[in-house]
Design a protein around this ligand. Structure first.
Ligand code: GAL
Length: 419
């Protein structure tokens, strides 16, 4: 009898313990601050995974700390003040590549997350090329949530038909149809604030230089003053003649709106525009909006990846780790990315959950030549980016290609490119 009782006790205890892990052992508590620029129109994807996380972790309160402004232009400035002032957020949005490594890792402000990659089996589910953008010899420094594509041309198929133009496959083709569009009162290419000009510039540079020389700019093998690199600014200047005069005051969403409203024919933007048009504006992919590789970049996928890391001194480290485990999971990524316009980098992502744009991006991601984005942190660090924004501002005002090329070369040297 006694033996039977103790057996029952053991069995009872074991089942209680087995039931515990999900409910108690992994239980994070307190506030977790997530710092990003995914506010307002850009918010739905992040908000969806926050809601799901909070359901699963009732003890945690998420502080969704956003600073609005595309490409993080405002958020990154606030982040810098906080990081340098000893007030790091719990976790923050940072692009894979030099924005992470050449800015925060080099300054020893991040914690190594290789233990988390081991624990979660992420070395096997994320592509090696992406992991190397997140790594140094000393560790892996953030968790990627997506792959976005920079080199996309957006348009409304019906409008192009009405105006009698087709999608340009090269910038020459664009320059040939632009006067026709202008004559009809249509802006050929919509543009927004400063960083969207850099975004357009990287697309033009990729078309002019091709993938190899584009990469060589970032290793220092091709100087910005080489004739072909100066030619990028010449073509960029020609294209700018066909953009809207009020670009400097528009957000990327407003530049996208111009295409949707039929004020403009085309816009070059990353595929968060697909997220905005389908999730926020409710347009049907393929009908309400169409897409193509930006002119001259067919077969090339200019990528970037949003990720979240663990800053040294992060408040509520355990809570943040639980958040990082969640955002790296297949489930979270397949909730987040279909809303965001991006694809999941996970090799086991369930593509049936994605719309037609993302499915086409996923095909290209597998088959195209992959290069990294400048405007979104892959190839250059924050030092380069900040000064390049100034060089861009000067070019937009003066249109002097040689001066811009000289400035870019000086900035490259100062920020350590090629060293
Ligand atoms: C990028 C970011 C995208 C999107 C975009 C517009 O830098 O990677 O996720 O937010 O800016 O703000």
């Amino acid at each position: 009898m006694k033996a039977r009782w103790s057996l029952l006790l053991v069995v009872g205890l074991v089942s209680v313990l087995l039931a515990l892990p999900a409910a108690a052992l992994a239980q994070a508590t307190g506030e977790v601050e997530i710092f990003s620029w995914w506010a307002g129109d850009e918010g739905p994807a992040l908000e969806a995974i926050i809601a799901e996380f909070e359901k699963r972790n009732p003890g945690v309160r998420i502080n969704n700390a956003t600073v609005t402004g595309g490409a993080g232009v405002n958020a990154k400035a606030v982040l810098k003040t906080r990081m340098l002032g000893g007030d790091p957020p719990g976790t923050f949005q940072v692009h894979a590549g030099q924005e992470l490594i050449g800015t925060w890792v080099i300054a020893r402000r991040m914690e190594d997350l290789s233990f988390l990659f081991e624990e979660q089996g992420w070395y096997d589910v994320f592509p090696a090329g992406l992991i190397s953008l997140l790594s140094t010899e000393d560790g892996v420094w953030s968790v990627p949530v997506n792959i976005h594509r920079s080199n996309v041309l957006w348009y409304v198929p019906e409008n192009l038909e009405r105006w009698g133009v087709s999608v340009p496959r090269t910038w020459d083709e664009f320059l040939a149809i632009a006067p026709t569009l202008q004559a009809k009162g249509v802006i050929p290419l919509s543009l927004g604030e400063n960083w969207t000009a850099t975004h357009l510039w990287e697309n033009v540079a990729l078309a002019v230089l091709g993938p190899e020389k584009w990469q060589q700019l970032w290793t220092g093998e091709l100087p910005f003053t080489a004739p072909e690199a100066v030619a990028v600014w010449d073509l960029f200047g020609q294209i700018l003649q066909y953009t809207n005069a009020d670009a400097a005051s528009l957000s990327w969403q407003q530049a996208t709106d111009m295409v949707v409203n039929g004020e403009a024919a085309f816009n070059v933007m990353g595929d968060w525009a697909a997220g905005y048009m389908s999730t926020t504006l409710g347009l049907e992919p393929g009908k309400g909006f169409g897409w193509a590789p930006s002119p001259g970049t067919e077969g090339i996928f200019m990528m970037l990846s949003d990720s979240f890391g663990l800053p040294v001194g992060s408040p509520n480290r355990e809570g943040v780790l639980e958040w990082l485990r969640w955002i790296g999971s297949r489930e979270a990524q397949d909730i987040f990315n279909p809303l965001k316009g991006s694809i999941s980098p996970r090799l086991d992502s369930d593509l049936s959950k994605y719309g037609p744009y993302a499915q086409s991006a996923a095909r290209d991601w597998k088959t195209n030549t992959i290069v990294g984005s400048l405007a979104h942190g892959v190839v250059a660090n924050e030092l380069f980016m900040n000064d390049f924004a100034t060089a861009m501002e000067i070019f937009l005002a003066t249109r002097n290609s040689q001066a811009a090329a000289n400035a870019a070369q000086a900035i490259a040297i100062q920020s350590g490119i090629g060293r």
